[in-house]
Structures are given as C-alpha cells and as structure tokens.
Design a protein around this ligand. Structure first.
Ligand SMILES: [Zn+2]
Length: 67
C-alpha cells in the first residue's frame, strides 16, 4: 500500500446546488458550497443548459456572487 493513501477514501460529495460527485477525502461523505456544475467560473463557459443556468443565477444571488 502506498504511503500516500493514508487516510483518503472514495468520498461522496454533495454540493449546495444538489449535484453529487465522487472525490477523495478523509471522510466518506462531505458537503461543498460549489462544484464544477455551479461554480461561476465553469458555468460562465457552459451556458448550454438554460434551466441549470437559471438555478445557478438564483444560487449566485443567494450567496452574493455577481458575474
Ligand atoms: Zn454545485
């Protein structure tokens, strides 16, 4: 076993936008405020999903982000 794997496990991350994804963490389940689905940096480059975009704009207003 690699010494670099110490405490990290496959973790299910749940985002504030409702998306879930797997990552590596020291906990089996984690909660994140933003992910690649809803972060303004990413959504600004992926505007094909208008339904999601509206949801993101609500999220941004809620948390005070502006584009
Ligand atoms: Zn998200």
């Amino acid at each position: 076993m690699s010494k670099y794997q110490s405490n990290y496990v496959d973790s299910v991350a749940t985002c504030a936008c409702g998306a879930t994804f797997t990552t590596k963490s020291t906990k089996e389940k984690i909660h994140v405020e933003q992910c690649s689905e809803c972060h303004p940096f990413y959504t600004g480059q992926h505007q094909k999903n208008t339904a999601r975009r509206g949801k993101v704009e609500q999220f941004n207003k809620k948390y005070g982000f502006t584009e």
